[in-house]
Design a protein around this ligand. Sequence first.
Ligand code: NAP
Length: 435
Amino acid sequence: MAAARTDNQVTGIGLLGLGIVGSAVARAVIERHRTEDSSASLKVVAAVVRNTSRPRAVDIDSSIVSTDPKSVIANPEVGIVVELMGGEEPAFDYITTALKAGKHVVTANKEVMCKRGSELLATAAENNVKLFYEASVGGGIPIIGPLMNDLTANRIQSVRAIINGTTNFILTKMANEGADFNDVLSEAQELGYAESDPSADVDGYDALYKISVLARLAYHTEVPVDVIYREGIREVHAKDFRYAKELGFTIKLLAVAQASNETGLLARVHPALISFDVPMASVNGVLNAVEVEGDMVGPLWFQGPGAGPEPTASAVMGDVLRIVKGAPSNGSGTATTQPFEIASMSDHFCQYYIRITVSDQAGVLANVARVLGDADISINSVLQKDTDIENGHADLVIMTHPAREANMQKAVSSINELDSVLRLDNLLRVENYAE
Ligand code: NAP
């Protein structure tokens, strides 16, 4: 179905949301309408917000801005609905209604595409309209399109990503300045890089939604949020960066989906030690990066601004213009023979970094090594640091050889029970690039 035209050549755009991204998209449409030749012109014909008296970062005719969703989703002048409200509801409801009304939809909403994406895509197909969502993962980075179209010949081995700019900003500052998490979080909030309620970012939910969307495309199977392992960055301390650096690593919040016929599909979000030798270690600040490994193409690297009004509007406008130009519906994703079984995190196999506060006395390391050995885990290297002579404490930092997650979790409980161990402060996984 072609996008509806308001007059001879103009496609009507209806915006659900006129916030950070919505205003940037409205600016781009208005600018385009003013400057382009009319052959593929776009026009914002209606916009829906929660509060019409809030100032907007776009010079828009206030008579087309309302709180009534029908002004967009039931408006015959609207050919393309651009959903930029965020959240699962009412976004799901509005997108569904718009698709059923024969309107194409473009969205930047990772949460709705993660939790209800399959239903929405089915509704779009049933109604012979398009639902494009490039901006929902990686902001301005084109990653949905490549997975859906350009890489369809490949069986995907892994998708590894830094897809949350807020946490990458925080971790980069901690790495560079030796600062503590809470101090950097406050600074990020002051600079507008973190929300006043930072949980969606720092506890890993945002990255979880995004890797779920990418995994569905890469592996042709539903990867719902409750099967994805998730751990945020609140427990990463300044001293972890110091010790990791001595060992040749930095720390990043990684979102990974990885599959093989033997292991099944494992999706996980957690802070990980990354060797300084791999490109992911150099993705700093609010930048995002996605590394896709396909059986034919090998490793591919996508890097760029993962958020921000203009980069995100770039992806939204790309989708809008593809619809206007009559692009075919999206491909179904990359090649796979059959859907993978979902693997359990307890089968994950990697090296571990363990930081323990111990009594500074003889035999401590031997006790910890015995517990690890009992769980089939061998030690690769050990650092003893920050000895507190007054209190008789020291930091023991252990790097293990690769081990199974289930074994490590068993060892963690036993280590915590040792008399000479005050506490196990941190357990971090090392991302393995050797496979
Ligand atoms: P935002 O600044 O909070 O804007 C949300 C807009 O939606 C506001 O105009 C708000 O109205 C409106 N809205 C929210 N709930 C509504 C409801 N129930 N009914 C009517 N209007 C409603 O959010 P944003 O940062 O632009 O993000 C929009 C979407 O883009 C989200 O899905 C987000 O995940 C995604 N995204 C954002 C970025 C980024 O850099 N910001 C990057 C990639 C993807 P009021 O203005 O009246 O409150």
